[in-house]
Design a binder for this molecule. Structure first.
Ligand code: NAD
Ligand code: MG
Length: 405
């Protein structure tokens, strides 16, 4: 029996995880859930899964949980833990075997890292943790013999296509015989929008992804294609691949989730419907295959699969991310932090879609390499640098808002 802690259970990945877990009561059970805002949903999930523990951000959320918990239920009310430290402690709890890291943004880094340090099986959806703290995170996984299974659909596809022996040592050496990783991208909702119209697109348009249903932040990241940039950085750390051996390909149908190219000319791909329950079930069942509730592909009905190179002019955020990976970890931390600030400002209607790239670029220009070969040595070093980049991005945001008035 696996005892699972779902960090960010009320989000899109969290909900899909519960969907898969409930299909397999004989081998999967929920130990803990966490939510940041939607406490009513957390109560419903706790009732549904019989979770033993829930983690909420503050005492107001704790009181809300108690208020909403139904008086008439035979379920035992879970233990309620409060705050960011409780999130990290729960991820490391000895009662937990498997941690689904599905908090959005760098906010998910401390708890994901705590799971790595406690040697858990980690199902990693939170790509921002690797972008901001790649070296620290991978070292913690390696040193504590944690098991890291990628949930991001592209990385899960690559993991499935890698040779068996390459999987275990991903952290330190690229798998033998592999030439390149081919990362597919749908191109998002603005793949064909006239470039001059991009400045005035709305948050609703940006969040209406043609193929995937996801949280709002990652939906905007997909629309700017910064998401694919984050994923290149994620692939670099997960699979020890140098940046020049990771290729991004636009594939509008989102059926081929990514590919591995070998030296002998073979290309292995993983295909499936665009439904996150497939990679989630893979992670939960590994090395076995579990029913996920996802339907089968009908290739004849699909008829064709298209691939082409991304246009860096249309997607300046992708270019900024690739440049940040070349520049080093200081730039990757700044890229991620500035993007979180810029996307939040865009979603709040404060800045235009096209300002996201501008804000990131300003924050990147202000970021300076870290000492010690640009490798941060601790979580604190990463978080300090992350805060500094957020301040730079906030200033850039204010400036853009003032000049737009
Ligand atoms: P979401 O916005 O739907 O959910 C985010 C979850 O994180 C919620 O449970 C929320 O309560 C929690 N959360 C938010 N801020 C928090 C904070 N400061 N502290 C603690 N908890 C907080 O997001 P999502 O779409 O489920 O994405 C989650 C992660 O998975 C992201 O890193 C995203 O990039 C990655 N991912 C998502 C998908 C997808 O299909 N949705 C695919 C690949 C990767
Ligand atoms: Mg992805």
């Amino acid at each position: 029996m696996q005892h699972i802690c779902i960090l960010g259970s009320t989000g899109s990945i969290g909900e899909n995880t519960i969907d898969v877990v409930l299909r397999h009561p004989e081998r999967l059970s929920v130990y803990a859930l966490s939510a940041h805002s939607r406490i009513e949903k957390l109560v419903a999930q706790a009732l549904q899964t019989h979770a033993k523990v829930v983690v909420v951000p503050d005492n107001a959320a704790r009181r809300r949980f108690i208020e909403v918990w139904p008086a008439k239920t035979s379920n035992i009310r879970p233990e309620i833990r409060v705050g960011a430290q409780a999130l990290a402690d729960t991820a490391a709890d000895s009662a937990v075997s498997t941690v689904m890291a599905a908090i959005v943004g760098a906010a998910g880094l401390p708890s994901a890292l705590a799971a790595a340090k406690a040697g858990k099986r980690i199902l990693l959806a939170n790509k921002e943790a690797l972008v901001a703290a790649g070296s620290v995170f991978m070292q913690a996984v390696h040193d504590n013999k944690a098991e890291l299974l990628p949930i991001d659909s592209e990385h899960n596809a690559i993991f499935q296509c890698l040779p068996q022996e390459g999987k275990a040592d991903g952290a330190h050496q690229a798998a033998h015989g592999v030439r390149r990783l081919l990362l597919t991208a749908s191109g998002g909702p603005f793949r064909e929008t006239p470039i001059e119209a991009l400045a005035s697109v709305t948050p609703e348009q940006a969040c209406a992804h043609p193929n995937w249903s996801m949280g709002r932040k990652i939906s905007v990241d997909s629309a700017t294609m910064l998401n694919k940039g984050l994923e290149v950085i994620e692939a670099h750390w997960l699979f020890a691949m140098p940046p020049e051996r990771i290729q991004v390909l636009i594939h509008p149908q989102s059926v081929v989730h990514s590919m591995v190219e070998y030296h002998d000319g073979s290309v292995l791909a993983q295909l499936g419907q665009p439904d996150m329950r497939t990679p989630i079930a893979y992670g939960l069942g590994y090395p076995e295959r579990l029913q996920s509730g996802v339907g089968m592909l009908d290739l004849a009905a699909l008829g064709r699969l298209d691939f082409y190179m991304p246009d860096m002019q249309r997607f300046p955020c992708l270019k900024l991310a690739l440049d940040a990976l070349e520049a080093g970890q200081h730039a990757c931390i700044a890229l991620n932090a500035a993007n979180e600030i810029a996307v939040a400002a865009f979603l709040e209607g404060k800045v235009a879609f096209s300002a996201i790239a501008q804000i990131i670029e300003i924050a990147l220009n202000k970021s300076q390499p870290l000492g010690g070969g640009d490798l941060p040595d601790s979580l604190d070093a990463v978080l300090a640098f992350d805060s500094l980049a957020r301040r730079h991005a906030e200033q850039a945001c204010q400036h853009i808002m003032a000049t737009a008035r």
